[in-house]
Design a protein around this ligand. Sequence first.
Ligand SMILES: Cc1cc2nc3c(=O)[nH]c(=O)nc-3n(C[C@H](O)[C@H](O)[C@H](O)COP(=O)(O)OP(=O)(O)OC[C@H]3O[C@@H](n4cnc5c(N)ncnc54)[C@H](O)[C@@H]3O)c2cc1C
Length: 584
Amino acid sequence: MSNYAAPLEDMGFVLREVVELEKLCSETGLDASTIDIVDTVLEAAGKLAREEIEPINKPGDLEGLKINSAGEVTTAAGFKDAYHHYVEGGWGSLQFDTKYGGQGVPFVVAASVQEMWHSANMSWGLCPLLTQGAVEAITHNASDELKQRYLPQLISGEWSGTMNLTEADAGTDVGALKTRATPEKDHYLIRGQKVYITWGEHDMTENIVHLVLARLPDAPAGVKGISLFLVPKILVNDDGSLGEANDLKALSLEEKIGIHACPTCVMSYGDKTGAIGYLVGEENKGMQCMFTMMNNARLTVGLQGVSIAERAYQQALSFCKERIQGIAPGYQDAGPIIRHPDVHRMLATMKSITEAARALTYTACAEVDFAAGNLSDEEQDQHHRRLGLLTPIVKGWCTETAQEVASLSLQCHGGMGYIEETGIAQIYRDARILPIYEGTNGIQSMDLVGRKITGDSGLGIKELILEMKSFANQTSLDTLLSKAQLDRFKESLTALEEASALVLNNSENKHYVGMIAFDMLMMSGTITAAWQMLKSLEKAKAAFENKMVSSVFFESKTKSVGHFVDSILPRYLAHFTTISSTSC
Ligand SMILES: Cc1cc2nc3c(=O)[nH]c(=O)nc-3n(C[C@H](O)[C@H](O)[C@H](O)COP(=O)(O)OP(=O)(O)OC[C@H]3O[C@@H](n4cnc5c(N)ncnc54)[C@H](O)[C@@H]3O)c2cc1C
């Protein structure tokens, strides 16, 4: 079984050359000193991931979690120690506001670091992921008093955060939720039950800050009557010290297909006197506040897709170099299975999808930095539009392709892939949640065609297609790709334009739009990923000429991009055919 080694060269390359970190810092007013320390940061994070977080991945899967009658959850051996080292290293605070103890590093750099946590150990990585979402929601919506009281400990990672939307009868239909909030003095009393709450209870931090959606007594029905509350596990005194336990507990833990070491809790609020909660944002505006958290989490779930794909690829590569089986074409003796063309196909597919997903995801994460940057209103609007458009694409495409890559990796292992011992079975099981949580991929595709494409009458998608077209026409790619390859990319852009027009022209036909939404998401994902791969190739060439990357890296990137354009990009055509042949 392989150990995980962070792909530092590709991460650094995407940050520096594809995302153009230097330009991003200078245009947005972010601290440019980050550029000098990127390699050091990535290397140190890679060390923590490899030496402390990865080694507890498989044992954690086998050991799982324990819950006692008081609802206290004990995490698997080593989880707590690894988490404390993460906090001590200041890893939780990278991208946050320096006013509350953050380090002000660009979000895209923090995202590259997070990629490593999820590759090393997805169960463990989900704890910081949820905390990051809670910090976002509080930063953008809470009062100064709440920010001062809760943000420093959440940002440092001393406390963790959760996100409580789902109830037994309110999943995708969040508006059906029944948890109640009754006003009392300066706070509210929360009563209700939430299900599937990730890291809802555990022993890694001394406090857990739950962000809970609930309904006020006179609230309008549906999503318009939902408010957001901050409900701490342990109440915080005026001087910042921890006080009494709040009236909430974990009732049970879900038995799941994967992420066995991540507590997925049924949470009960207010069984006795009512759990004390504080309003975040305005009454009945909870969904808007929660969306700050959900949008961030959607991008990072897409990032988890990249992580899982990277880990699955590394594992397959290492296995295929060692497993001896049969004589491959062009060889005289039995040798490692990596020599067989079909195994080569699987590995090339895994590698090119993973690199494309990384470039696409980091590009979307950079939009978070641009959107928050020191820019003109018009520029900011444009970055918000791009971020909005790319978020469901990243969440949907990168998590769907992660299933494919995990499955291909398992396939490369043959029968051993189906046996738990190799570890690939765990990766395959862990990956399966990605298209489900944070809004199923069905919901992501509806978001893409509804809110993101139709919502602004096609402005965002037209801007994106225009940018990709001008890139295809202006670049010097013709020396790096064949005419047929470049033409394929250009044809895919014309198809995306036509598919978008079909969506826009039939936006009132909800059945049609719903039927083709998923194909639209996968088509958009395939094409935008191809765009990022072509950009990577162009940048890799320049970086090689400037001695910024090795010839080995440049050759490997050239092959990876070639494989993507020849074997993955043509998938757009199947999606386009479905979109255009589905009857309106
Ligand atoms: C391991 C795990 C961790 C989770 N963590 C959290 C967490 O921390 N916090 C939290 O609040 N929730 C969490 N969830 C809940 C998760 O977000 C929901 O499971 C998910 O949103 C889907 O809701 P549901 O399970 O009720 O499925 P349903 O809503 O019943 O959906 C079932 C199917 O119907 C489809 N569907 C439903 N409505 C529509 C529609 N309007 N249009 C098109 N298709 C539709 C869905 O796409 C899906 O395929 C977690 C779930 C799991 C399994």
